[in-house]
Design a protein around this ligand. Structure first.
Ligand code: G6P
Length: 607
């Protein structure tokens, strides 16, 4: 939620601050697109005033604005907003300034005590321009400013409650950017003669691969040539430099119309990569977690949104293959319900970004309760990755589209690999592993048939209600399918356990309904057959997703999509590709932008 960037160079050379900031903001637009803005100062011309440009709506509006009204300088910060306090508007857009307009701030996070701070500032004569919590920070910095921006920001941090990643520039000290963080991510990219800051590494990669991750309560003074990081007591701390080797190509569209379609099509490759990262010569390599895996008698998994659905699928597979009970929860519930955690519990958090506020807090609770936590995440160096005891990385590469696709299926690959590690019956384990090894190739067979799904979507995209149902892991994947469709096509879609249909949902079925029945549990085909007939009898159109070679639904369902045969418990990796594609094409047919769905942000760093 909200992305921040910053850039500083010694002297204006080939690259200018304004263009770098815009370029970096493009990579962070997935974090919010209610407005965008930049603030620039100039260390070569200290007389030059701090300049701000900001515009409501997509980043392209800001780009238009600076075409007619460019800003010049060496030092700048930028922001892309997902509105929390105050409606999306020019005035509520970041950067925010103090009364004099000398200090500019961009902020990701929420200042929880902003009402109290606002009142205090107003009592001290400050007149606010915006409704945002962030504006308090700019005024407070001004209040504490005595010629040293680092000290002023450090003082202000003591007064802030809530979460923040901040970047601040100041007209009096145009040769530095000050950044600070608590509970929101912040990365510093190290260049030659320039440095950058950003909410995640993707904008930095084009300019540098050497990064430093700021920790909570740290503040950093970033000049064009140096980075000095201080802890909350003002003591300089050494923060290691990490090298990021993510492939830049994966952050480009490469000829695809949208990132989402590209990311769906990348799944065969990244599934393979995720498998190969953990399996050598037919043996699973999870050595670092062997000790907890071996004694696990109970598994607890938490996540949010799509990551929670990966946990849902995991529950079925771990209980079925490894015969270990699994509890799953959405992180926002888990963290408040005083969960019972025992010594031998295997605790897993799943998060694509590794920055979701609720997931992070859930992980901290697990750790406070003495659990060792395994994180399944996509982002190297993310907060979840750094705080977990063990990390299984999904090898999805940067996922740019807001709706998660390849990160989800690689999360599934990770939970299936964990399932293998937990499965004591070697024969069962080996069979499962050989199925997983083929998953990339089988996913390719589904992706290759995207034209069929596109055609189906072009006929059905106007349905006002779409219900997904299935049994066991087909039910789990129905939840993800329904989420995908509502996220990007804004169609009312829900998922049900097929057996629950008669307990209420069937009342909603009429001739404006499409029902997608995932039917990949052979011993339950008869039950699904009856369920499909029940909804058809009430006017619904139906699509059945089932295995190749199964003709049981040919005469029952209006349409049937066949996926390659595999174990029913891992079929979700394949069946979800069908529903991802369906959601994508519905979104396009409805004239939406699937990469930037309304009201959503990819990384939810506020609670
Ligand atoms: C947001 C995104 C979802 C994502 C969820 C959890 O809601 O829009 O796509 O599944 O956050 O994100 P995480 O990064 O923790 O997996």
């Amino acid at each position: 939620m909200c992305g921040i960037v910053g850039f500083i160079e010694k002297e204006k050379k080939d690259i200018n601050a304004q263009d770098v900031l815009i370029n970096c903001l493009k990579k962070l637009e997935y974090r919010g697109y209610d407005s965008a803005g930049i603030a620039v100062v100039d260390c070569e011309n200290k007389e030059r005033k701090l300049e701000i440009r900001k515009a409501k709506g997509r980043l392209s509006n800001l780009e238009e604005l600076i075409k007619t009204s460019p800003v010049e300088g060496t030092t700048g910060i930028g922001h892309t907003r997902w509105a929390t306090h105050g409606e999306p508007s020019d005035i509520n857009s970041h950067p925010h300034t103090d009364v004099s307009g000398y200090i500019a701030v961009v902020h990701n996070g929420i200042i929880e005590n902003h009402n109290k701070l606002r009142k205090w500032l107003e009592e001290h004569g400050v007149v606010f321009k915006s409704e945002t919590d962030t504006e308090c920070i700019a005024h407070l910095i001004d209040f504490h400013y005595n010629g040293d921006l680092v000290t002023a920001v450090s003082e202000v941090m003591k007064r802030l409650e809530g979460s923040y990643a901040l970047a601040v520039v100041c007209q009096q000290e145009p040769d530095l950017i000050v950044v600070a963080k608590k509970d929101c991510p912040l990365v510093i990219g190290l260049g030659e003669g320039f440095n950058l800051i950003a909410s995640d590494v993707t904008p930095i990669l084009e300019y540098s691969r050497e990064v430093q991750y700021l920790d909570d309560n740290q503040v950093a003074k970033v000049t064009a040539t140096d980075v000095t990081i201080f802890n909350k007591d003002g003591v300089i701390v050494e923060v290691p430099v990490s090298h990021v080797d993510w492939d830049m190509q994966s952050a480009q569209k490469n000829g695809y119309e949208h990132f989402m379609l590209k990311e769906i099509c990348e799944q065969p490759f990244v599934l393979d990569q995720t498998y190969k990262a953990r399996v050598y010569a037919g043996k699973i390599d999870l050595q670092e977690i062997n000790s907890i895996v071996e004694k696990a008698t109970h598994v607890v998994i938490v996540g949010c949104g799509t990551a929670y659905h990966a946990a849902f699928v995991a529950k079925y597979s771990i209980e079925h293959f490894a015969r270990i009970p699994v509890d799953i929860d959405v992180a926002s519930e888990f963290r408040y319900r005083d969960p019972i955690i025992n010594e031998n519990d295997l605790c897993i958090v799943i998060s694509q970004s590794g920055e979701t506020a609720d997931t992070l807090q859930a992980m901290r609770i697990l750790k406070q309760k003495g659990a060792k936590v395994i994180a399944i995440t996509n982002v190297v160096g993310s907060t979840v990755a750094r705080e977990a005891d063990f990390v299984m990385y999904t090898q999805a590469g940067p996922e740019i589209a807001v709706a998660s696709t390849k990160a989800f299926t690689t999360q599934l690959m990770c939970v299936y690999l964990l399932t293998c590690a937990l499965t004591k019956d070697l024969e069962v384990r080996e069979k499962l592993m050989s199925e997983l090894e083929e998953m990339g190739a089988k996913a390719q067979l589904v992706v290759d048939r995207q034209a069929e799904i596109q055609k189906f979507a072009s006929r059905q995209f106007n349905k006002t209600k779409v219900f997904y149902f299935g049994r066991l892991s087909d039910y789990a994947i129905s939840l993800e399918s329904a989420l995908k469709l509502k996220e990007i096509s804004y169609t009312h879609s829900e998922a049900f356990a097929a057996g629950e249909l008669k307990h209420g949902p069937i009342a909603l079925i009429d001739d404006k309904t499409l029902v997608v029945a995932t039917c990949c549990q052979p011993f339950l085909y008869d039950k699904m057959d009856s369920n499909i007939k029940e909804v058809k009898a009430r006017g619904a159109k139906t699509l059945a997703i089932t295995f190749e070679g199964n003709h049981a639904f040919d005469d029952v369902s209006d349409e049937v999509f066949l996926i390659p045969k595999t174990d029913p418990y891992i079929a979700p990796i394949l069946s979800v590709i069908v529903t991802q594609l369906y959601a994508y094409y519905c979104s396009v047919n409805r004239g939406n932008d699937p990469d930037h769905p309304r009201n959503l942000a990819k990384s939810v760093t506020v609670e």
